[in-house]
Write a protein that binds this ligand. Structure first.
Ligand code: GDP
Ligand code: MG
Length: 162
């Protein structure tokens, strides 16, 4: 079976946009309407001559347990079912307490975890991404899912981890 990469993170950080960027197409998966994105959607992806399965863990709407608990539960699920996990954070916001809670869960992972600092649409935001080292998940990979900036570099790192 091909390796599985799960994409996790808070709502609105750009997970689905990044997934579409990686897939090289614009699908109607990105939804601004809360609750519209289905819970987990798996896609067949391809990079550098290798196939892998890309899982977009959308629909992390805060349930009765609250946002932090529901996002942490998704991270646990990703760690169990995927071969590697990509945590996406919004570089324009920085690390929130929810990001920190998810990172705490992911730091226990025996599987590779990568960190994408999304929405780095221009160079002025690059300096801010350094603060994301504090999440304890290694090097933050700056990307702009919207514009495609550095997504190739991120994919190279992902393939090296898978
Ligand atoms: P998700 O909830 O994490 O799946 O986030 P979405 O992919 O649905 O994106 C949420 C919002 O962020 C949408 O309005 C996107 O257009 C926007 N967005 C995603 N990636 C970027 C980016 O790289 N730069 C900017 N400026 N906006 C982005
Ligand atoms: Mg989504």
């Amino acid at each position: 079976a091909q390796p599985v990469l799960a994409v996790v993170g808070r709502p609105n950080v750009g997970k689905s946009t990044l997934v579409n960027r990686i897939l090289g197409r614009r699908e109607a998966v990105v939804q601004d309407v809360p609750g519209v994105t289905r819970d987990r959607v798996a896609y067949d992806a391809f990079w550098a001559g290798r196939r892998f399965t890309l899982v977009d863990t959308g629909g992390w709407e805060p349930d009765a347990t609250g946002l932090q608990a529901s996002v942490a539960a998704q991270a646990e699920m990703a760690m169990r079912t995927a071969d590697a996990v990509l945590l996406v954070v919004d570089a324009t916001v920085g690390a929130t307490t929810t990001d920190e809670a998810v990172a705490r869960v992911l730091r226990r992972s025996k599987k590779p975890v990568l960190l994408a600092a999304n929405k780095v649409d221009d160079d002025r935001l690059l300096a801010d991404t350094a603060s994301l080292w504090s999440l304890g998940l290694g090097e933050p990979h700056p990307v702009s899912a919207l514009h495609g900036r550095s997504s190739g570099d991120l994919l190279d790192s992902i393939m090296a981890a898978l």
